[in-house]
Design a protein around this ligand. Structure first.
Ligand code: RNT
Ligand code: ZN
Length: 418
């Protein structure tokens, strides 16, 4: 894209009342949190070659090249990150610590196990986000953690989550940007439970114990993630939407909305302006459910565009942490990061290029005909030229030019892993 054609596109948008320069500036300063778990199918580094066990989620596919060690994961990221325009964040799960071959129990992990990640992030100018890992563990094998009927097991997971908050605070302090700690647990029943109340009472009590200590919001922020159902928890999920909306509202925690966690026809976009009336902030797990919570790579599609439109239209970007959550093991995992993150950014850019003043004016005047006509015709504006300009300014390859880098890496490095 030559800058002359960007200049003419800039004028096209200006004629609709849209300033492309303002859109590009906002795009450049909005980070997306890349999820570590796309790189290794949610295995983590507690044991070499660990795989995701149970926990109500599942990576499917056997494309070669899954990262087996912390060094391999970082090497893969050093291929992916330069192909994504802008400066972003990295989202770690607790099982991705640098345990140096030692067995460290989950309730005994500390900032020292994440020091090398802090240095890694600092060297790249990135912030970190964090998650307790309440799955792939013998004490989660029966599908219950913070809501378990056994108080000793609950206590173990409470201690794990507390340890994670302290690690997150250390990350945020060291990197000068708050780390969002997201609590998601798999707890639930495959078949119809006789007692829906007990586990929810226990979960509320456990969470209160986890969050008892007040941590500095400048370093660490808590989020809780709701879900409709999971694999093996089809009939009942303890941490349902109503549970966590109530919890986050009464405790003033961030609510995490994952796009794969709802009924397939529900619009997650529509929820944003409701929940932000009552909770202090939002964490998004941008994802793509396909029939079930299948965590497919994020697309430049209507649901994702609608999500970002809501963030922009409601001026919610300052109150929203944007993260990705998918794990596709059937395609090149580095490409999965690149495609999904670039698509999330494209959705954000498209939303920023909306002539919001004009649309609101039409709506205010009751001219819904013109509103519809304009919304539809916006779709054929030369959006791609603005995106290419963003890539150019961020020294990142444009569309249709980044894939050969990943293909070469697959040939030379990833295909050698087995
Ligand atoms: C699971 C949740 C959760 C996980 C990650 C790995 O349904 O979406 O966010 O995907 O913590
Ligand atoms: Zn999620």
């Amino acid at each position: 894209m030559s800058s002359t054609s960007y200049d003419s596109v800039r004028e096209t948008y200006a004629a609709c009342g849209v300033e492309t320069e303002a859109a590009l500036a906002t795009l450049a300063r909005t980070p997306i949190s890349l999820h570590c778990w796309q790189g290794d199918d949610v295995g983590g580094f507690e044991r070499a070659g660990a795989t995701l066990e149970g926990g109500g989620i599942q990576a499917t596919g056997n494309h070669p090249g899954k990262a087996r060690t912390i060094d391999e994961l970082r090497r893969d990221l050093d291929v992916a990150l330069p192909l994504i325009p802008g400066r972003h964040r990295f989202n770690l799960h607790a099982i991705y610590g640098d345990f140096a071959g030692q067995k460290v129990e989950r309730n005994a992990i500390g900032p020292e196990h994440f020091q090398s990640w802090i240095e890694w992030a600092k060297a790249r100018g990135m912030g970190l986000d964090f998650n307790p890992t309440c799955f792939s563990h013998p004490l989660a094998a029966d599908g219950f953690t913070l809501s378990h009927r056994d108080p000793a097991i609950r206590q173990f997971w409470i201690e794990h989550a507390i340890a994670c908050r302290h690690i997150a605070a250390a990350m945020g302090r060291a990197l000068g940007t708050p780390t969002v700690t997201n609590v998601w647990i798999p707890d639930g029943h495959k078949d119809l439970p006789a007692d829906r109340k007990g586990p929810r009472e226990r979960l509320a009590t456990s969470l209160d114990a986890v969050f008892k200590e007040k941590l500095d919001e400048a370093h660490q922020r808590d989020a809780v993630e709701c879900k409709l159902f999971g694999i093996g928890s089809e009939s009942y999920v303890v941490g349902s939407h109503e549970f966590y909306l109530g919890y986050a509202t009464t405790r003033q925690k961030m609510l995490c909305l994952d796009m794969g966690h709802f009924h397939p026809t529900e619009s997650v976009a529509d929820k944003i302006s409701s929940v932000l009336q009552f909770v202090p902030g939002l964490l998004l797990h941008v994802s793509r459910g396909v029939r079930w919570d299948s965590d497919h790579v994020v697309l430049f599609d209507d649901p994702t565009r609608a999500l970002f439109e809501e963030l922009v239209r409601g001026d919610f970007l300052p109150r929203t942490a944007i993260g990705l959550d998918y794990f596709d093991a059937s395609i090149n995992r580095v490409a999965a990061w690149v495609i999904g993150t670039r698509n999330a950014l494209k959705c954000l850019l498209a939303a920023l290029l909306e002539p919001s003043a004009q649309l609101r004016e039409l709506e205010g005047a009751g001219d819904y005909t013109a509103r519809l006509a304009l919304l539809e015709e916006l779709k054929t504006l030369p959006f791609g030229a603005v995106w290419e300009e963003h890539c150019r300014r961020q020294n990142t390859p444009g569309d249709r030019t980044w894939l050969p880098t990943v293909q070469t890496y697959e040939r030379e490095v990833l295909s050698q892993r087995r």
